[in-house]
Design a protein around this ligand. Structure first.
Ligand code: 13P
Length: 249
């Protein structure tokens, strides 16, 4: 179902104390948020269960930043999608550019992870986006198409309601540079086309924008027709900024 979503990707930041104080602040600041907006908190894996407990009296969902492409076994250090589901996680980030670049996750591995997430009944928040060099070479749409096609090809028709896509241009992540609202809208529209060609009910899928979203630019980005919300990094670590971004959607 297409809905408005704002997701907080804490990346490798925070602590138990940080989680407690940020969540309690968000509960106050977002107590009157529009019911149509889904807020998803995605802390480091180790804090997922604790954050789930902290949000038990708030309408926030919890996600995990990564899972393994396997379901169980001798994979030291890995966490399965089933385990994430077991502790109450509802969303899983798959294919974040930091995973692709720093941990050599290929499109094929991303596709395997999507399958694991879907098997566990969770929502896969699939991240795609081009590098600066790819954009400058005029390949942005081609790269995003390929990432979507490999990650999501052959999905059964009853699985699309568990897919959310985030467009995060790599050059906009943590840099303070955002795509213009027009460029972001154009890419989101393009992605709906690609999803449609893969058999998805494209107009029912939530598409998020990520990359240096701040309170100052959120309203314009989220005001675009095909942008249904955001995946927020740095600004999600600050209660005032994240709450303000949630109110902008
Ligand atoms: P920033 O908001 O810090 O640019 O990070 C975006 C991101 O990577 C969210 O997943």
């Amino acid at each position: 179902m297409r809905r408005k979503i704002v997701a907080a990707n804490w990346k490798m930041n925070g602590s138990e104390g940080f989680a407690k104080s940020l969540i309690s602040e968000l509960k106050v600041q977002l107590s009157v948020l529009d019911k149509d907006v889904k807020v998803v908190i995605i802390p480091p894996s180790l804090y997922v269960a604790e954050v789930k407990r902290l949000v038990s009296d708030a309408p926030f969902a919890v996600g995990i930043q990564n899972v393994a492409q396997w379901n169980q076994g001798a994979f030291t250090g890995e966490i399965s999608a089933g385990m994430a589901a077991d502790v109450g996680c509802e969303y899983v980030l798959v294919g974040h550019s930091e995973r692709r670049q720093l941990f050599a996750e290929s499109d094929q591995v991303v596709a395997e992870k999507v399958q694991q997430v879907l098997k566990s009944g969770l929502v896969a928040l699939v991240c795609v986006g081009e590098t600066l060099a790819e954009r400058q070479a005029g390949q942005a749409e081609e790269v995003v198409s390929r990432q979507l096609q490999i990650a999501l090809q052959g999905l059964a028709s009853d699985k699309w309601n568990k897919i959310v896509v985030a467009y995060e241009p790599v050059w906009a992540i943590g840099t303070g540079k955002t795509a213009t609202a027009e460029d972001a809208q154009a890419m989101h529209l393009h992605m709906r086309g690609v999803l449609g060609s893969l058999g998805a009910p494209a107009s029912d899928i939530s598409l998020l924008y990520g990359g240096s979203v701040k309170p100052e630019n959120a309203r314009e980005l989220f005001g675009q027709q095909d942008i249904d919300g955001g995946l927020i990094g740095g600004a999600s670590l600050l209660a005032d900024d994240f709450a303000s971004i949630c109110r902008a959607v």
